[in-house]
Every structure is written in C-alpha cells, then in structure tokens.
Design a protein around this ligand. Structure first.
Ligand SMILES: [Zn+2]
Length: 324
C-alpha cells in the first residue's frame, strides 16, 4: 500500500503536466480535401476526401470548438507532381468547395484560400478570393509544396507581389515556410532571413502565422536555425515580428526525443506562449486526429500554466466567428 501510494505521489507531477491542460479553443491548422483533391494526392480515385462534417466529428471528440481550415487548392499546382490539365480550374474548384464546406458550420469553421504563389494565376485567384464571402478571411501559402526557393530572387519577387496584395486586401497569411524537401532546397537561417527582410516586410498590416514552428512537421536543426532568426528578432523587438504568430502543428510526435522536447519548449518560451497556436494538420490518419495531436503537444516540458496559455490563444482572424 505504502509502495503504491509512493508511486502515485511520484507520478503526480507527470500526470499534472500531461493531463492538466484543457483542450485548445482553436485548432489553427486544419485541412479539408475534396474527393478530387484526395484522389490527386493519394492516387486512389475512390478516395472519399475529408469533409467539414468529418472534421467537426473529430473536433468534437477532442473538445475543440473552432478550426482554421487551410484550403488544399495549392496542391493542384504542386511543383514535384506532373502538371494536371486545367490546373487553374481545379484550384478555383477546390477553394470554392472548401468555402461551401465551412459555410455549413459558420460558428465553428473558417477557411483561408490558397494557391501556388509562383503560378501566373496567383494574383487573379487572390483577387477572386478577396471578393468571396467565405474566402476573403485569409490566405495559405505552402512554400514546400509550391517549391518557392527563397534563395532565388525571381521566386522571392513573385511571392512578394502576393504578400503586398494580401496586405492591401487586409488578408492574413498562413505560411508553410520550409522550402521543398522533394527538390532538396536549402533551408535554415539564411532563408528565414530572406523571409523576414523581403516578405514579412511586405505585409506589415496583416497577421502572419508561420506554420509548424517554421519547420515542416517534426523538429530538426534546419528548423531550429530558421526559428532562431525569428526568436532573435522577437528578442530585439523587431517591428516586423509584431503581427507574427506561430503554429506548432505536428512539431511534437510520439517519437520526439526528450532532448528535442527541451529544445522546442525553450524556443516556445523565446517566442512567448502568447503567440504560439495549437494545430493538428489534416486528419489523414488517427495519429493526426486533433485528440492525438493535442496529447502529443502536451509531451513538451511546459508548465500547466504555459500549456493552458497556448490552449487559450485565439489569433485575430478567428475571433469573430458567428455565434449560435
Ligand atoms: Zn498543413
């Protein structure tokens, strides 16, 4: 009995740090897939996709009220896949399908429009989204999928035009900053510096959410170097960081090492827990479901107060959803 009690007392701090935080108010990084996009991505023509109804069920089982849905339209222009016929038509259809899906749950879901920013139709699609009642809330860009090479001035110039236009339209931007792994682009502090100097500087009036703590899911030294550029800028009160949020989507996995958990927690403290958002990413497998994602995040050696702070964060673009 004494032994059992001793063990329970010993485990208590662990239980507290892993189970004390309530579910996040917002899942700040979600995706839906139309059946066509799911077929494209998986290669299975009968893929059912992920609907708003599917996502709502998963959010309910995790106790999460709202989610930011990032349109998958950009994947129709994925750089490392063979081009599809009528690409821009598919991009528009995917953005519109996503808009129709979230419109079924206006008090719970909000969509951001997306496209490959290097494509000739990029600015046209941004302007079209800006006029749409469901899609004008913001823009998602995926530098890895679209193969935006931050060491290529032509690419940076094209993306800069998109940032400037989004800023004019007052559309917040979520960006998957990590460059293409498929195409083995360079990524680290130098590329993060280009983003800070050229792109963040071009959108000073809108919030920008950097996905996956500046990585691509998981955590490695390239991600840590890139993130270090931003934490240094925050430390010196760089004005360009004023509107920048970070989502920690799929950064922590069940396999993340204790050493990496410490490094990630230290970076989150440097960012400040007040601007770190929880996100799950697409519910493509049970390990990526919101409930599992939040459980994984709580492996970080953050205090219960810090975990609660992250769970309670609501970025500006998720604050005015329709109430019941
Ligand atoms: Zn994602």
């Amino acid at each position: 009995m004494r032994f059992v009690l001793g063990t329970i007392l010993l485990l208590l701090p662990i239980l507290q740090t892993t189970q004390s935080a309530p579910a996040p108010v917002i899942d700040s990084h979600q995706h839906l897939f139309s059946p066509a996009a799911a077929a494209l991505v998986t290669g299975n023509p009968n893929s059912p996709g992920i609907t708003a109804r599917n996502l709502i069920e998963l959010l309910d089982s995790a106790g999460i009220q709202r989610a930011l849905v990032l349109s998958m339209a950009y994947t129709w222009g994925k750089a490392s896949r063979a081009p599809v016929a009528d690409e821009y038509d598919h991009v528009k259809a995917e953005n519109d399908w996503t808009a129709q899906q979230v419109a079924q749950y206006p008090d719970r879901l909000r969509a951001f429009c997306s496209f490959n920013p290097l494509k000739p139709y990029a600015l046209e699609e941004l302007a079209r989204c800006q006029k749409d009642p469901q899609l004008h809330y913001g823009l998602k860009l995926h530098f890895g999928n679209s193969d935006v090479d931050l060491d290529n001035p032509d690419d940076v110039a094209k993306v800069k035009k998109v940032f400037e236009a989004a800023n004019r339209f007052r559309m917040p931007i979520v960006v998957h900053l990590h460059t293409s792994k498929d195409n083995q682009r360079k990524y680290g502090a130098d590329e993060a510096q280009v983003f800070l100097n050229q792109l963040l500087a071009a959108a000073p009036d809108v919030p920008v959410q950097i996905a996956h703590l500046a990585g691509a899911g998981g955590y490695d030294s390239a991600t840590d170097s890139a993130l270090g550029v931003f934490t240094d800028a925050i430390a010196r009160h760089d004005a360009r960081m004023k509107n920048v949020w970070f989502d920690a989507t799929v950064v922590v996995r069940p396999s993340t090492s204790p050493d990496d958990l410490q490094k990630i927690a230290a970076r989150i403290r440097q960012i400040g827990v007040g601007r770190v958002l929880y996100g799950s990413d697409a519910a493509a497998s049970p390990l990526a479901y919101p409930k599992a994602g939040w459980a994984a995040f709580q492996r970080l050696p953050l205090t219960p107060v810090e975990l609660r702070a992250v769970a309670a964060n609501i970025p500006p673009y998720m604050r005015d959803l329709k109430r019941h």
